[in-house]
Design a protein around this ligand. Structure first.
Ligand SMILES: CC(C)(COP(=O)(O)OP(=O)(O)OC[C@H]1O[C@@H](n2cnc3c(N)ncnc32)[C@H](O)[C@@H]1OP(=O)(O)O)[C@@H](O)C(=O)NCCC(=O)NCCS
Length: 151
């Protein structure tokens, strides 16, 4: 299903996390994917009011954690709910984010997170540099940007 509907965005609340995210979040952390944030980490961002959810109607289908810099927005975390994956929603969300912000985007991706690497490449991100052994499991980080970012 490639939905034609627009996503709506709003700040995530603790209630969203409890009602829509928590069970699936824990499933995904066991076995742990190294790049997947812990529930405590995402909760911390929600409490700081830094996390935004994206919704199809009333249903939370994903979230992201942005960090605004003067000349660009860094994507600290980006997640689509497992039940809604491979339906084009990540691409749709990135597209809406980019149009709304109208600023370059950049992020770091774990070199073994192949789904995310494919997603960002497909969207049009380019790899600007590789941070060798950046993560504590010894893997590299790809630093990727979209939209003429001079980092
Ligand atoms: C990575 C993630 C956000 C993709 O979300 P999604 O909604 O399934 O992605 P989309 O359906 O929009 O897919 C867009 C493209 O991404 C790539 N992609 C998505 N899922 C993939 C998979 N399982 N395997 C390989 N490529 C994949 C493909 O290039 C796909 O295009 P295609 O459908 O034409 O092949 C999602 O898998 C996720 O939340 N993963 C866990 C959290 C995470 O790793 N976040 C990134 C942190 S930097």
């Amino acid at each position: 299903m490639k939905s034609e509907l627009l996503l709506t965005f709003r700040k995530l609340t603790s209630q969203d996390l409890v009602s829509c995210v928590s069970a699936d979040w824990e499933n995904e952390t066991s076995p742990k994917y190294f790049w997947h944030w812990s529930f405590a980490e995402i909760q911390k961002e929600v409490i700081k009011n830094n996390a935004e959810g994206f919704f199809l109607g009333a249903r939370l289908v994903g979230l992201w954690v942005p960090l605004a810099h003067a000349d660009a927005t860094e994507i600290l975390y980006f997640w689509v709910h497992p039940k809604f994956r491979q339906q084009g929603l990540a691409l749709k969300a990135l597209n809406q984010i980019q149009v709304q912000l109208n600023k370059p985007l950049w992020l770091e991706v774990h070199s073994q997170n192949h789904r995310a690497l494919q997603l960002y490449k497909k969207f049009g991100f380019v790899c600007d540099s590789i941070r060798k052994a950046y993560y504590s499991d010894g893997h590299d980080a790809w630093v990727m940007s979209f939209g003429n970012f001079k980092g």
